[in-house]
Design a protein around this ligand. Structure first.
Ligand code: UDP
Length: 219
């Protein structure tokens, strides 16, 4: 039997990752039929030409090894599914567009999804199950935690620390920190789309605007 590969999540995020996964397997001479979507609430049996299996069905398929990339933007869901996959021997799979630019000394944790036109420059540490969507970048000397999500065009300049589960919205810009005092985006923080982040963002908070300020729903 052959290995089986999956994109977990057959919605918006998963449909963006699937073509990258397909191209990656072509490069490894693995047949397209060994690549499926996993979805716990499948909307259709086939999506964009690829079979959609429930997780239990995925586990029942004949396979020498199972690999899955978690293509779901919600980081808490990714964390739950990562634990489930690990318990069942499903390996975390990294899927990367072929035009991703990766410079020197980049440590990238397992299970990443790197979209087209992403750039990771030099001397960077990134944790598990990182999502870097279209045109986002990570500049030099950044340290990024686990289950971090970059929406399209998120711009993280150098010497920034981003803690676990933070979400950086589309087109947000994070100011460069200093080697002796990095700018810190706290655990689970949300940076709104287009925000210009000039100072630390507390854990669990949401910031928006230019310069980015704490968001209060009442305005
Ligand atoms: N999903 C799943 N298992 C889970 C949680 C979500 O299979 O435990 C699937 C869900 O059925 C949906 C997809 O993941 O098809 C998430 O899609 P959504 O549109 O919410 O978000 P996105 O694709 O942007 O991450």
């Amino acid at each position: 039997t052959q290995p089986l590969f999956a994109v977990y999540g057959a919605s918006g995020c998963g449909r963006g990752v699937m073509p990258l996964a397909r191209a990656q397997l072509v490069g490894q001479c693995i047949a397209d039929t060994r690549l499926v979507f996993i979805d716990d609430q499948p909307a259709a049996p086939v999506v964009n030409g690829q079979r959609v299996l429930r997780y239990t069905e995925f586990l029942q398929q004949e396979a020498s090894e199972r690999h899955a990339v978690l293509a779901i933007a919600n980081s808490k869901v990714r964390e739950q599914l990562a634990a489930r996959c690990k318990a069942d021997g499903v390996r975390a799979w990294t899927v990367s567009a072929d035009n991703v630019v990766r410079m020197d000394d980049v440590e990238l944790g397992e299970g990443a999804a790197l979209s087209p036109f992403v750039t990771l420059t030099s001397n960077i540490r990134i944790g598990r199950h990182f999502h870097a969507n279209l045109y986002s970048y990570v500049e030099h000397d950044c340290v990024i935690g686990d289950f971090v999500t970059f929406a399209p065009g998120a711009k993280c300049n150098g010497n920034v620390v981003i803690e676990d589960h933070a979400y950086i919205g589309s087109g947000a810009v994070i100011k460069q920190g200093r080697p002796d005092k990095p700018l810190v985006i706290g655990r689970g923080a949300v940076v709104g789309m287009g925000a210009v982040v000039t100072r630390d963002v507390p854990a669990g908070s949401t910031v928006v605007g230019n310069p980015a300020r704490l968001f209060s729903p009442k305005g």
